[in-house]
Design a protein around this ligand. Structure first.
Ligand code: UDP
Length: 353
């Protein structure tokens, strides 16, 4: 059985879906602070379909800092591997409120690792980030690139990487650490997609633009092909599949650290134009100055992912855009004021009351 922390969030839910599609039984732990109970319900409904091989065995609404909940969980289910996504991930928020990030990301992950050690759970797949590299010294960025994060979010992810490596040496854990580049897209069956109460990411912000709300393009004077920032945009379903492969690899093999990206760079303008073309829609745009802390260019070297877990990105950009657009439509109905569905935030507030 696989434990997925943060499985009600964007990337965690897609990983849960992929494990279930591949026939694994999954337990999700999430405190619903940024994740959504409706996503859990959607995964559950999907996993109940006759043709679906795996199952969502349980959803535990708890925090990774909750030692009691973790011990009960590890005593109840025989967990073969923890796939650890639960984290706060807004760069600006991490600068304004580092305490929250050290508390939830670092202290929370240490608590999870301790519970794993206590309960003899030996495998972890960890969701890290290219933000641990900081300003790139060379492109494409391989896994040996120096790690010098430039914000508290990146620092907390790097701190957890260190902890995992030290725990592995001392307590015999095996790990895969994935460093993600820019994740986009949504599930092919429409089960999940990007759903942040504060949306900062490029593709959903382009898709959400309308006559009342322009898309804000941040910075046109970078040293790149067209002056806008270049990123490596990887589809969330491809990314999710890498986690399933990592678990299978870990059963027989040693620990590794792997970048997940496409190896290809797209500028903000190119993504914007691709959305307009794919959806045959004119999107209102307004040009702004640079957003603080944005490096000009981030592209992954993905050779190791191919070598080690035989993984590479497959989904073309236009398909990721179409899936993300379909999900935006679903999101409108989930967010509608008369919807019976509740947001994760409301749910957790009600749970506290
Ligand atoms: N971006 C933008 N408008 C937005 C959101 C993002 O111009 O509404 C730009 C951002 O400045 C960066 C790129 O799109 O150059 C990718 O940003 P995102 O937040 O999606 O990912 P990041 O690379 O910051 O993790």
């Amino acid at each position: 059985m696989i434990l997925i922390t943060g499985g009600a969030g964007y990337i965690g839910s897609h990983s849960a879906i992929d494990f279930i599609k591949q026939g694994y039984d999954v337990v999700i732990l999430d405190n619903l602070s940024t994740g959504h109970n409706e996503i859990i319900e959607r995964i559950r409904n999907f996993s109940l379909k006759e043709e679906v091989k795996g199952t969502l065995v349980d959803f535990i609404n708890a925090d990774i800092k909750d030692t009691y909940a973790l011990n009960v969980l590890f005593n109840t289910y025989k967990i073969d591997c923890v796939v650890h996504f639960a984290a706060n991930s807004l760069v600006n928020e991490s600068v304004a409120n580092p305490r929250k990030y050290y508390d939830n990301n670092v202290a929370g992950s240490i608590n999870l690792l301790n519970a794993m050690v206590e309960n003899n759970v030996k495998k972890i797949v960890f969701s890290s980030t290219c933000a641990t590299y900081g300003e790139p010294e060379y492109i494409p960025i391989d896994e040996k690139h120096p790690q010098k994060p430039v914000n508290p979010y990146g620092n907390t992810k790097l701190a957890i990487e260190f902890a995992i490596k030290d725990y592995a040496k001392a307590y015999g854990l095996k790990y895969t650490i994935f460093r993600y580049f820019n994740v986009i897209g949504a599930d092919f069956d429409g089960i999940s997609g990007e759903w942040h109460n504060i949306e900062t990411h490029l593709v959903p912000n382009i898709l959400k633009a309308n006559e009342n709300k322009v898309f804000k393009l941040f910075g046109e004077n970078y040293e790149t092909k067209d002056g806008t920032c270049v990123r490596d945009y990887i589809d969330v379903c491809d990314l999710a599949r890498a986690h399933t492969l990592a678990f299978e690899y870990l059963k027989e093999n040693i620990s590794t650290i792997i970048n997940l990206g496409t190896g290809d760079g797209q500028s903000v303008k190119e993504i914007f134009e691709a959305v307009e073309k794919t959806l045959n829609r004119k999107i209102p745009i307004k040009k702004y100055g640079r957003r603080e802390g944005d490096p000009a260019k981030l592209i992954a070297n993905t050779a190791l992912a191919k070598d080690i877990i035989d993984w590479e990105a497959k989904t073309p950009l236009d398909i990721s855009i179409k899936n993300a657009n379909e999900w935006e439509k679903t999101l409108k109905s989930l967010n509608a004021p008369n919807s019976k569905q509740k947001t994760g935030e409301n749910f957790s507030k009600e749970a506290i009351l």
